[in-house]
Design a protein. Structure first.
Length: 244
């Protein structure tokens, strides 16, 4: 009886897994999708307790998967797919109801819950989603995204896209635009404290190209003043600034 209970719990923990992803003519949005899906905000990383069952080893289609609940760095490229109305409202591996209009995703082994930045390598668009489901269970696909996430990345019509997936740990330095870390921003601000003749070269060395309008409208001038009144460290090494 005990073994039967364990088996039932394990089955229920993957009941919402995206065994088959959507896309193309076999799936799609509901009859009345929300307007302005491109404006749906990304998931916001935060510290959450790991799910007790969804992070245990499991077997699907004869293949064993071993989740990595302790992982803190992960970056991989592969194919992303999406799943829509066929799974809408069904329980995910975390027990939450799948919402095709939320910013979520399914991954075979990343912690549940966790957060990842997914970048479409064809068009450069990126989104942040919360992993709350298992799947896809195909060696040809790396991650399944919600309909809205795929829509924002621009691959709903094609069904799949080549992407880069990067784990985001809550509390880690955020990224300011493509590939900019906090330390990279500090280096850019430090460069602005140099004489005008040297600023262009310094900014190019730290990989930032910012216009005067950007600095003034973004309130960066205040940050420059604050830095100027304190000791500004030397530009960090590449390893300290490379987040992507």
């Amino acid at each position: 009886m005990k073994h039967s209970v364990i088996i039932l719990l394990l089955v229920s923990s993957v009941a919402g897994c995206s065994f088959l992803s959507g896309g193309g003519s076999t799936d799609g949005p509901g009859a009345d999708p929300p307007p302005n899906l491109e404006r749906v905000p990304d998931a916001v990383p935060r510290s959450e307790a790991l799910h007790a069952w969804a992070n245990r080893p499991y077997t699907v289609f004869g293949q064993q998967y071993v989740p990595t609940p302790g992982v803190r760095t992960y970056r991989e490229r592969g194919m992303a797919s999406w799943y829509g109305r066929k799974f809408h409202g069904q329980p995910t591996s975390s027990g939450e109801r799948y919402d095709m209009y939320a910013m979520t995703g399914a991954h075979p082994t990343l912690p549940i819950p966790s957060y990842v930045r997914v970048t479409n390598l064809r068009n450069g668009r990126n989104v942040v989603v919360r992993i709350n489901d298992r799947g896809p269970f195909s060696n040809k696909r790396l991650i399944d995204l919600s309909y809205t996430a795929a829509y924002k990345l621009g691959y709903v019509a094609s069904g799949t896209a080549e992407v880069e997936v990067e784990l985001i740990v809550a509390g880690s330095p955020p990224v300011f635009g493509p590939g900019r870390s906090v330390m990279g921003r500090v280096a850019e601000l430090a460069a602005l404290s140099l004489p005008a003749a040297d600023q262009s070269l310094a900014l190019s060395l730290v990989g930032g190209v910012w216009s005067s309008d950007t600095w003034s409208s973004g309130g960066v001038a205040d940050e420059v003043s604050a830095l100027a009144s304190s000791s500004v460290p030397a530009a960090p090494s590449r390893s300290a600034t490379a987040r992507r």
